[in-house]
Each structure stands twice: as structure tokens, then as C-alpha cells.
Design a binder for this molecule. Structure first.
Ligand SMILES: CC(C)=CCNc1ncnc2c1ncn2[C@@H]1O[C@H](COP(=O)(O)O)[C@@H](O)[C@H]1O
Length: 282
């Protein structure tokens, strides 16, 4: 599935939806770039309106494809982390162990499908015989889905993809990462804080890395009344992959790890005796 090396042979490539573009053809923008750029005020408004109306249909289609591909996923946990954490790094091995332990517990492992910590978690899941899922994103000069993804879905739009992480997993494990990782982490926290999703565990693996952020949230944001103290308790810190997986699964399961019998496929959630409400963003 990987196309590593292609870029060296024929120059950088970009993916635009189903298209792979190289050379002169790769000069164009991605779908996200097209959507998010402001209109040139001199261009005709009518043309922009027409283009965006069509774009809405494409966005709808992307939701339909994503929902269709993931509907039968079963219990799943998403793992987020840096795209730049390479094999051999402590964080890479930790993400791999998280993937492995989740798979051994019967959970599918969902990542952004890219390199680094995403690849590591997919790898751990696949090595343990679990279902390894990648929700990829079209990025300029992106390398493509990592080799350890069994079920891969590529998205053109970041926001559509983010809905999929929330809707089809019952908790997040977050290993060290940068802006992309922080975005995914804070989106989950905001949705829980505002009641858009409930009972959604978020576990941060790596106390040294995440501790100062959690301290800042508590000492600065909570102290100034900008964050409700109860919402900080949504964040759980873990020192090891084993602890991270225990924390996320115990929270999902209300103390007992679920198995497939406990899964209600019609509602994409664990059955009521687990106390698991919904991972479905409104
Ligand atoms: C080497 C490189 C930048 C590759 C980019 N390739 C990517 N492919 C898929 N998801 C990604 C990629 N970059 C960022 N993300 C998303 O943002 C998070 C990582 O961003 P960051 O490296 O922490 O900020 C991941 O959990 C993933 O969901």
C-alpha cells in the first residue's frame, strides 16, 4: 500500500481525492486548500456560489463513503501522535505496544493512517492480529497510507475525517505529537465539555511530555475560571502503554473489558450495562 520511493523516481506527488498527481500535474491545490481559501474579492460572486454548492455535494459524498466503510467496525480506539516519530524512538515503540494491547483486548485500532506514531499503532495492531484502520487525509506531497493499515479510507476534507474518529471509536489514546495531535485531542475535549459526546475517555501517554500541559490547564485555565475543574478530569495521564490501555478500556467498559457480545452494531456502541453512552458527535 505504501508508495515510498515513488517521489524520488519522478519528483514529488500529491493526491487529490482519488487522483495521484506528479510533475506538472501536481502543481494544483488539494481539495481542502480549495475549500478553505478566501475568494478573490474581484471574482464574480455567482461563480463562487456555484462552485461551493457543488463542493457541498462532494463533502456529503465523503461522509457517505466514510460511514459506509466504517459501519461494521465494532469496538475501536483511536491512537493519535506525531507523524514524525520514527521507528526506534521510544514513542514509536510505545505507540506500537498500545496498538498491540488494544488488538489483544479485541479492539480495532484507528489512526490517521500516516507515518510515525500512526504507523506504529497500526503496526502493533496488525502484528497482534487485530483490525488496523487508517483514516488518511489528502495532503500535499503526502506519502500515503502506511504499510500496516488493513482497512484504509482516504478523506479529502479534514473535518469529515475528524467526525469519523469520534463516531467510530469509543476512546482516544494520545501519544506525544505536535499541532495535528493537539487538534485531535482538544476537539475531543471540547465535544465532551459541550455534551456533544459523552463518556469518552482520553488518555495521554507520557507524563513527562503531557504533564506540563495538564498543569497549565489546571493552574491557569481552571484557576481563571475558563475551564470547569470537572472537565480536566476527562484527561487521564499514563506512564506506560499498559497503563494507557488499561485506563482507556476500563473507562469505556465501566470496569469490565467488553467483548464482541457487548457490542450493539445498530447503535455503534457498547450495550447499556457497560454504561457507555455514545461516541456520536452531533
Ligand atoms: C511527515 C508528515 C508531516 C506526514 C503527514 N502525514 C499525515 N498523514 C495522516 N495524518 C496526519 C499526517 N500528519 C498529521 N496527521 C494527523 O495529525 C496527527 C499528527 O500530527 P502532528 O505530527 O502531531 O502535527 C495525526 O494523529 C494525524 O491524524
Amino acid at each position: 500500500m505504501s508508495h515510498h520511493g515513488d517521489a524520488d523516481a519522478s519528483g514529488p506527488r500529491i493526491r487529490r481525492g482519488p487522483q495521484t498527481l506528479r510533475g506538472a500535474a501536481a502543481a494544483g491545490p488539494t481539495f481542502d486548500q480549495l475549500l478553505l481559501r478566501s475568494d478573490d474579492p474581484r471574482s464574480s460572486e455567482r461563480q463562487s456560489t456555484t462552485t461551493d454548492a457543488w463542493r457541498v455535494l462532494r463533502i456529503q459524498g465523503e461522509f457517505v463513503e466514510g460511514f459506509g466503510a466504517l459501519a461494521d467496525l465494532g469496538p475501536a480506539i483511536s491512537v493519535f501522535g506525531s507523524a514524525r516519530t520514527g521507528p526506534g524512538a521510544v514513542e514509536y515503540e510505545q505507540a506500537r505496544e498500545v496498538g498491540r494491547r488494544l488488538a489483544e483486548a479485541g479492539f480495532s485500532v484507528v489512526t490517521g493512517g500516516g507515518p510515525g506514531a500512526m504507523e506504529a499503532a497500526n503496526r502493533g495492531a496488525k502484528e497482534a492480529g487485530g483490525l488496523s484502520v487508517g483514516l488518511g487525509i489528502e495532503l500535499p506531497h503526502e506519502q500515503g497510507m502506511n504499510d500496516w493499515v488493513d482497512l484504509g479510507v482516504d478523506f479529502r476534507y479534514f473535518f469529515v475525517r475528524k467526525v469519523m474518529f469520534l463516531k467510530y471509536s469509543q476512546g482516544f489514546v494520545v501519544v506525544p505529537g505536535g499541532l495535528g495531535t493537539l487538534d485531535e485531542l482538544f476537539e475531543a475535549l471540547t465535544l465532551v465539555q459541550t455534551g456533544k459526546v459523552t463518556a469518552f475517555p482520553v488518555v495521554l501517554l507520557g507524563r513527562d511530555f503531557w504533564g506540563p500541559l495538564v498543569d497549565w490547564i489546571r493552574d491557569s485555565l481552571v484557576a481563571r475560571g475558563m475551564v470547569n475543574p470537572a472537565d480536566v478530569s476527562l484527561l487521564q495521564l499514563a506512564d506506560s502503554p499498559e497503563e494507557a490501555v488499561d485506563l482507556v478500556l476500563n473507562t469505556v467498559a465501566g470496569g469490565r473489558w467488553p467483548d464482541r457480545e457487548d457490542w450493539d452494531p445498530d447503535h455503534q456502541r457498547l450495550t447499556a450495562d457497560h454504561g457507555f453512552a455514545s461516541g456520536d458527535p452531533q
